[in-house]
Design a protein around this ligand. Structure first.
Ligand code: SF4
Ligand code: SF4
Length: 96
């Protein structure tokens, strides 16, 4: 029996997301982010929910893996709310 080694992208593609539309479990303050100089969220989020567009940090919670890294690493308190999604919402991990 052989075990296929999957890339991070292939592993992420296995996940399923139930998005709680209009009720984000993470809230980011764009004005605070605009003044933030280091912006570690752009590199630490494994799902790339934080993206730089036109010089501004944009956040999309739909693909969040609920790891909590941005909550810990946010240097300027731009993450004003962080919680797990409500029951039945959020990510479901699958192995294959
Ligand atoms: S909790 Fe993790 S996956 Fe979700 S936005 Fe923060 S760093 Fe990204
Ligand atoms: S680290 Fe925090 S304050 Fe800075 S850009 Fe990212 S979310 Fe905004």
């Amino acid at each position: 029996m052989s075990i296929k080694r999957l890339s991070p992208e292939e592993l992420l593609a296995l996940d399923r997301f139930a998005v709680d539309e209009g009720n984000p479990h993470i809230v980011v303050d764009k004005e605070i982010c605009a003044r933030c100089s280091k912006r570690p969220c752009l590199v630490v989020c494994p799902a790339r929910c934080y993206q730089l567009k036109d010089g501004q940090v944009h956040f999309e919670y739909a693909g969040c893996l609920e790891c909590g890294t941005c909550r810990v690493m946010c240097t300027d308190l731009g993450v004003t709310h962080w919680n797990y999604p409500r029951a039945t919402f959020g990510v479901t991990y699958r192995c294959s």
